[in-house]
Design a binder for this molecule. Sequence first.
Ligand SMILES: [Zn+2]
Length: 274
Amino acid sequence: MIDSHAHLDSERYTGDRDAMLARAFEAGVGAVLSIGIGEGPAEMHQALGLCRQYNGRPNFPRLYASAGIYPHSTTQADDNALAKLDALLAMPEVIACGEIGLDYYHEGAPRAVQREGLRRQLEIAAARKRPVLIHCRGTNETTDAWDDLFLILEEHWRPTGLGGIMHCFGAGWEQARRSLDLGFLVSIAGNLTYPKAQPLRDVATRMPLDGILVETDAPWLAPAPHRGQRNEPAFVTQTAQTLAGLLNLSEAEIASATTKNFFRLFSLRPDVGH
Ligand SMILES: [Zn+2]
């Protein structure tokens, strides 16, 4: 199984990162996409650092990295930060640009700044031929951020054909359908297991098997049995289990489908170095 989104560089793992990753491997997690946003552009390189530190060690998951400037940090997306992003995306371990996108719910940066930051990062990712990891959240019960996101992606991303991942998907079927149409995979996080998440379960039930991924978004969003605690990649199996139940499949079938989807998006082969 692959955890397609975890913030492994979080300081919440400082004391036990080795043990945490060993638990993931033990639970059947063969790879983790380590998200490189840090607390801001100054820490964008940390996910790559973890790849270099852990890859090649036996009994640990294979790590891949991303790099990107989170919507709230786009006020810091100056030429320096964007040059750093470009340099990171040139590294073979850094397979994706993200998480980038729009967050109108918390609105940590003005909306126009977020949109400009997104556009500039899409340009860099396109030149480096890296799929993008999208974070999108609208204001309460509206699709405002999604509407703006699709406008930008239709113009600036569809022509690249590179696709990406809608991370921690939380919108409706219409947004899922449009994402698939844009060549994106829809990634489901641990909130799938929460009692109030029936709308998300309804969307997941309609998802084609070749369009779906599972993730933890660790250290946040721990699935039901661990809710409120620190999340970690080993817990992705809980989300896969819930998803398997919804789709009337086995957990092994979910693991195999989501792994295949991940490798297809990033043109990776599981059996060779990248
Ligand atoms: Zn995240």
